[in-house]
Design a binder for this molecule. Structure first.
Ligand code: NAD
Ligand code: TYD
Length: 356
């Protein structure tokens, strides 16, 4: 049955993919987004004229606005993507991570809980608050460690992951204390179209095409588990509609790769699709630079819970997904040009100029 969803952060990379899927799937989406540097209405261009998508410019920490939206639209669920999402930015300035990820999430939870508690029984029981989180809350693994399960203790190492872990605890506490019907999903590294080019895959792709250095932090042996954003959003919808209340579910791509593997793969694909000629390869642009502070070595997700309980598994293989993703960046030069604005250039200067 079609639902009304209040989605936060739906102009960002993952949120916009979810909004596109849900609006095309027949749901109505109220999309609340602050439009920070990574929020981009161009991500939602294809549903601009769709009556089932209502965009609201605002902050998850704005109590009055959240209350008005709940009363006006009476959503069946709130899905919270809104966050500061980049580890390197959290190292430079943790403050805004606490403001949005911790304090903002608490405000959202509290206002939703106050509205939800007076709902009529049937609507109250069917309501869901779904919080989107990360595998980074579990800390780091060695090569030999088993992958993270839902029971792995939290051990966040960066200001970003500490703020996400804190928000997860608040969501859990609102379920345990007030009975708010919550769901949490902890996913691995996403990739796909429309990702802000501060993250590894779009950064390396766009730097390669621009003839710039490909800055691998440290040895490049660090491992991430890559999940296609469309597989992730399908998993979120499944958990939202069929997941057990109060539970957390891990979502992973079953694609552990080292950073060096990823960067080499991007270069090989670009060498095929857009050859440089004269025997040159994009690999010549790879440089090793000063490592990230507190750099987590490995993340890996055991997603057997969602597979067994809900029958989900990722549809994209990494090899197909990465090729499609690189082609998307090549085929969308306007999106790329607009996003590489003044703010983006400032960030590149701040994060990379001081690295040897
Ligand atoms: P993103 O940075 O692309 O998008 C974040 C969105 O939230 C932006 O549209 C931004 O404008 C909005 N936003 C920020 N602060 C806000 C506020 N105070 N109020 C309202 N909106 C605000 O991030 P993403 O990659 O799409 O990540 C979405 C969620 O998924 C985040 O919660 C992130 O922690 C989580 N996550 C991301 C990844 C990944 O690989 N990208 C992995 C695991 C978990
Ligand atoms: P990133 O995309 O920032 O995601 P996360 O830190 O949340 O996993 O980084 C992915 C990996 O790539 C991580 O190990 C850091 C590394 N990396 C680089 O080597 N160079 C870069 O310029 C960036 C942005 C990341």
């Amino acid at each position: 049955m079609a639902k009304t969803l209040l989605v936060t952060g739906g102009a960002g990379f993952i949120g916009s993919c979810f909004v596109l899927q849900r609006v095309l799937g027949g749901d109505t989406v109220i999309n609340l987004d602050k439009l920070t540097y990574s929020g981009n209405l161009e991500n939602l261009k294809s549903i601009q004229a769709n009556k089932n998508h209502i965009f609201v410019h605002g902050d998850i920490g704005d109590e009055k606005l959240i209350k008005e939206l709940l009363e006006k639209y009476r959503p069946d669920a709130v899905v919270n993507f809104a966050a500061e999402s980049h580890v390197d930015r959290s190292i430079h300035d943790p403050d805004v991570f606490v403001k949005t990820n911790v304090l903002g999430t608490e405000v959202l939870l509290r206002v939703v809980k106050d509205w939800w508690k007076d709902l009529q029984q049937e609507k109250k029981e069917a309501f869901r608050f779904h919080h989107i989180s990360t595998d980074e809350v579990f800390g780091t693994l060695s090569l030999e460690d088993p992958a993270f399960t839902e029971d792995t203790p939290f051990a966040p190492n960066s200001p970003y992951s500490a703020s996400k872990a804190s928000s997860d605890h608040f969501v859990r506490a609102f379920h345990e204390t007030y009975g708010l019907p919550t769901l949490i999903t902890n996913c691995s590294n996403n990739y796909g179209p429309r990702q802000f080019p501060e993250k590894l895959i779009p950064l390396m792709t766009l730097n390669a095409l621009a003839g710039k250095n490909l800055p691998v932090y440290g040895t490049g042996e660090n491992i991430r588990d890559w999940l296609h954003v469309e597989d992730h959003c399908e998993a979120i919808h499944l958990v939202l509609t069929k997941g057990r209340v109060g539970q957390t579910y891990n979502i992973g791509g079953k694609s552990e790769r080292t950073n060096l593997f990823i960067v080499n793969k991007i270069c090989e694909l670009l060498d095929e699709i857009k050859p440089l000629g004269a025997g040159k390869s994009y690999k010549d642009q790879i440089v090793h630079v000063t490592d990230r502070l507190g750099h987590d070595f490995r993340y890996a997700i055991n997603c057997s819970k969602i597979e067994k309980e809900l029958g989900w598994s990722p549809k994209h293989t990494f090899e197909e997904g990465i090729k499609e993703t690189i082609e998307w960046y090549l085929n969308n030069p306007e999106w790329v040009k607009n996003i590489q604005s003044g703010e983006y250039r400032k960030w590149i200067e701040l994060n990379y100029a001081g690295r040897q």
